[in-house]
Ligand binder design. Structure first.
Ligand code: SF4
Length: 334
């Protein structure tokens, strides 16, 4: 045990405000892992939104795991103390599901450290029935799941909001037969279980597709939230100990209509969708109670038809505005 590591986790938790994890007891337990440090993770809206979506359910609890800071990594290795959750200090193998939030390819390089500290066998076939299922979600997971196909048990192909309900309900109905559970999961929309597909090669040895090995869809369809107004994505947990700690972040749109060939955001989040000014105004007013600056998050903030009105509203309320990205050709005089 490392008193220093546990004290640091307690201090971090005490500095947070916002969503809290549900307590243990009778709930499906999900470990949400961000494969980078706390400082990076707590400014990631996808990570924070999944944390909120899971803990807003009565039948689920979700706790967070991070790549340890450099000095803490040394402490883990010196003491042999495993990776533990920020909230209750539990270890990864005490959870029913371990969900990795993969937003950046560079974070793949941290996965071996997390597996080592979490005492998880690397490949899926090395883990047995007692091991929690490992799921990868986030933009990297649905842009191309194959680099981690031997590692993860399943992938969320698409956005979390439409995928989570049937994933969680299927896990709640688990009878203990892992093989049967994986087939049932693969039958849900947007869930890809790599071990249930076989690669096909043509006569020249070129890869030509996948063949399902069970009664599951031949093709996994990407899922997306059709109406963003139904589900917010914002700084559900606020802490000063993160990159954008002085801001309240709010996603105003998802996807981009410009279709630049080099840009994944212009393709995998199609169709482009926006939150309405009315929805955002309410979120912003709440955010301004906690932070003086609002960070508007979108692939191209200036493409939102109400971008000027949103920014004006923040300024009129005495707040400051930051934007995640702008296109010069969409800037207006005002
Ligand atoms: S987000 Fe930017 S780079 Fe990507 S498609 Fe839109 S305008 Fe192009």
């Amino acid at each position: 045990m490392s008193r220093r590591l546990l004290d640091k986790a307690r201090r971090r938790l005490a500095a947070e405000s916002g969503v809290r994890a549900n307590p243990w007891g009778g709930r499906l337990a999900v470990a949400l892992v961000y494969p980078n440090t706390y400082h990076h993770a707590m400014s990631n809206l996808g990570f924070l939104t999944v944390y909120h979506l899971l803990n807003q359910r009565d039948d689920v609890l979700c706790e967070r795991f991070f790549l340890p800071d450099a000095e803490d990594l040394k402490e883990h290795r010196n003491t042999g103390y495993p990776l533990f959750s920020l909230e209750s200090g539990r270890f990864l193998d005490e959870f029913d599901l371990i969900a990795f939030s993969l937003s950046f390819e560079n974070d793949y390089l941290h996965l071996p450290t997390i597996f080592e500290l979490g005492r998880l066998p690397w490949r899926s076939h090395e883990r047995d029935e007692r091991s929690p299922l490992l799921l990868a979600g986030g933009i990297c997971a649905f842009l191309n799941p194959e680099p981690l196909a031997d590692v993860m048990d399943l992938f969320a192909v698409g956005e979390a909001e439409p995928i989570l309900p049937s994933l969680l309900e299927t896990l709640q109905e688990n009878t203990g037969d892992r093989a049967e559970l994986l087939v049932r999961l693969a039958q849900q929309p947007g869930l890809y279980v790599p071990t249930l597909y076989e690669a096909i090669y043509d006569q020249g040895g070129q890869f030509s597709g996948h063949r399902p090995l069970a009664d599951i869809p031949a093709r996994v369809e990407r899922q997306y939230l059709s109406d963003l107004n139904q589900s917010p994505s914002l700084s559900f947990v606020l802490t000063p100990e993160t990159e954008f700690g002085e801001m309240f972040l709010s996603e105003i749109s998802r996807g981009c209509s410009r279709g630049c060939r080099f840009c994944a955001a212009g393709y995998i989040y199609l169709p482009p969708r926006e939150r309405s000014f009315e929805t955002l105004r309410e979120q912003i007013d709440t955010g301004l109670c906690h932070r003086a600056r609002v960070g508007l998050v979108a692939a191209a903030v200036s493409d939102h038809p109400d971008a000027p009105a949103i920014q004006r509203h923040i300024l009129e309320r005495g707040g400051e505005v930051s934007v995640s990205s702008l296109r010069l050709d969409a800037l207006r005089q005002e």
